[in-house]
Design a protein around this ligand. Sequence first.
Ligand SMILES: [Zn+2]
Length: 111
Amino acid sequence: MAARRAPAIRKNDTVVVIAGREKGKRGKVLFVLPARERVIVEHVNMIKRHQRPTQKLRQGGIIEREAPLHVSNVMVVCGKCDRPTRVGVQVLADGRRARVCRRCREIVDRS
Ligand SMILES: [Zn+2]
């Protein structure tokens, strides 16, 4: 089992790309692929796939879809201060853990 990491990116987080071809783009996380340490971000890193017609998809041709990005190439954008940030953990009074923005200390969400 992998070592316990700093709180990761989660589905529905807004992230910004900090490296590579898509640098500067923002989007919402649609899927997290923990085993591969990758995320799929809405409208970011689009690739064209050549799709053959199948039973399910009668219309073949070229379809565009998001390709996974490595988590090290994206940063979470804080919903409060609207800046890319690293995310920390804060233990709340009731013992639950919350993810916090390391810039403005606001709670990103609760777990
Ligand atoms: Zn913030």
